[in-house]
Write a protein that binds this ligand. Structure first.
Ligand SMILES: [Zn+2]
Length: 389
């Protein structure tokens, strides 16, 4: 029995807008993992968000974009428009990162045929390393291009506001990952949001989707103002569970908000290309591992029985029990409107990009890369170059 039937979810088409290829797997294994997950969870479309810098999960991030486009094209060969891919910036964190170099990267990804752009730059540790605001003029040319081309952007901005609070209040897991920002060396929660408002002031038509509900689950009033000011901004529902905690604490406001703005909210789960052993039921329903966030989000949107989160660490969630009409927008309709169909790949450009990545991972710069990972990425790039030849 598969996920929808087992959990008695509503039989609605589902698009998951928040997948990553974050683990250094072979492209073949990644394709198999995503096929199995989308089959088990009855997901008809996915958007993969490539992280080509600062993933924290591997020693070589650069080839992630081109792997993403290859995986998209392979998945779509089998079933048209089942996969979409967003590319991302590579930063060198030196004087060679300029307004022009960023624009060239965005244009290149657009010309190759990416469906949109991913920015992890607003994650506090990434933003700190970057050293300048997201509304800095160094990104203006890039945003201007995206706005003009209607090239959608998915941005991770902030983290739960509690991560700026007293250290004692942070969960042991968050602490172990370095997700505490209260030591005064990070931009504040409010400053980060102001940076996004600064971007939108300059580029008011930008199709900007803030991942993780813009971390405003506790404050839908602020989000309402933002939505009412800019017609093309939206959010996704990818957990942390803290946003659902916010909905529980402001329950009536949250339900009203979802009804009113169902056309601005996307389903997402942060599902990875992580190989997990066992049969589908064990992996996805029992272990709390791969794909478990899909259940968290679906339960919180569809059901009416309260749910314990993180073994009670975050208390209980009161699900929103939304109507089918609202769920149809969130689960599928909004994505279908934004992306009627996947973009076509310019094979010569994709191949040239893969060839360049192969050169880069073999240069001096990567002498400290994990050898097995380097071998996997080399193999991946050779596969990709062959495919686009
Ligand atoms: Zn993510």
């Amino acid at each position: 029995m598969k996920n929808v039937q087992r959990n008695n979810y509503r039989p609605l088409p589902l698009c998951d807008t928040h997948f990553h290829l974050i683990y250094p797997e072979t492209v073949e294994s990644t394709i198999n993992i995503f096929r199995e997950i989308t089959d088990y969870f009855d997901i008809s479309r996915i958007t993969m968000n490539c992280i080509s810098c600062g993933s924290g999960h591997r020693s070589i991030d650069f080839p992630n974009n081109v792997k993403g486009i290859y995986v998209r094209d392979r998945l779509n060969e089998a079933r048209a428009d089942s996969a979409f891919v967003y590319g991302s910036f590579t930063h060198l964190f030196d004087g060679t990162d300029t307004a022009e170099s960023y624009l060239a990267q965005v244009k290149r990804l657009y010309d190759i045929g990416f469906d949109g752009f991913k920015m992890l730059e607003g994650k506090p540790e990434f933003r700190k390393k970057l050293g300048h605001p997201l509304c800095d003029e160094i990104f203006d040319k890039s945003y201007a291009f995206m706005e003009e081309a209607g090239f959608p952007v998915k941005m991770h901005l902030g983290d739960p506001y509690t991560a700026w609070g007293p250290k004692e209040s942070i969960s042991p897991y968050a602490l172990s990952r370095g997700w505490w920002y209260g030591d005064g060396t990070y931009p504040s929660f409010e400053e980060l949001h102001q940076e996004v408002y600064g971007v939108m002031k300059k580029f008011p038509k930008l199709k900007l989707c803030l991942a993780h509900f813009f971390f405003l689950g506790h404050n839908t009033d602020e989000l309402r103002k933002f939505f009412d000011t800019y017609e093309n901004v939206s959010v996704d529902l990818t957990p942390g569970a803290s946003m659902f905690k916010g909905f529980t604490e402001h329950y009536n406001d949250a339900v009203k908000f979802f009804e009113e703005y169902s056309d601005r909210i996307f389903f997402g789960s942060d599902t990875y290309n992580r190989p997990v052993e066992g049969d589908a039921f064990d992996k996805y329903e029992q272990s709390g591992d791969a794909g478990h966030r899909i259940n968290l989000v679906r339960h919180c949107l569809e059901k009416s029985e309260d749910m314990e989160i993180e073994e009670g660490h975050l208390g209980f969630l009161k699900p929103l029990n939304l109507s089918d009409k609202v769920l149809r927008d969130i689960y599928y309709g909004n994505h279908a409107r934004l992306h009627p169909t996947a973009r076509n790949t310019d094979k010569a450009l994709a191949r040239a990009y893969a060839e360049e990545m192969l050169e880069i991972i073999n240069c001096d710069f990567h002498k400290f890369a994990v050898p097995e990972e380097k071998a996997t990425e080399e193999q991946n790039l050779r596969t990709i170059i062959g495919y686009y030849s």
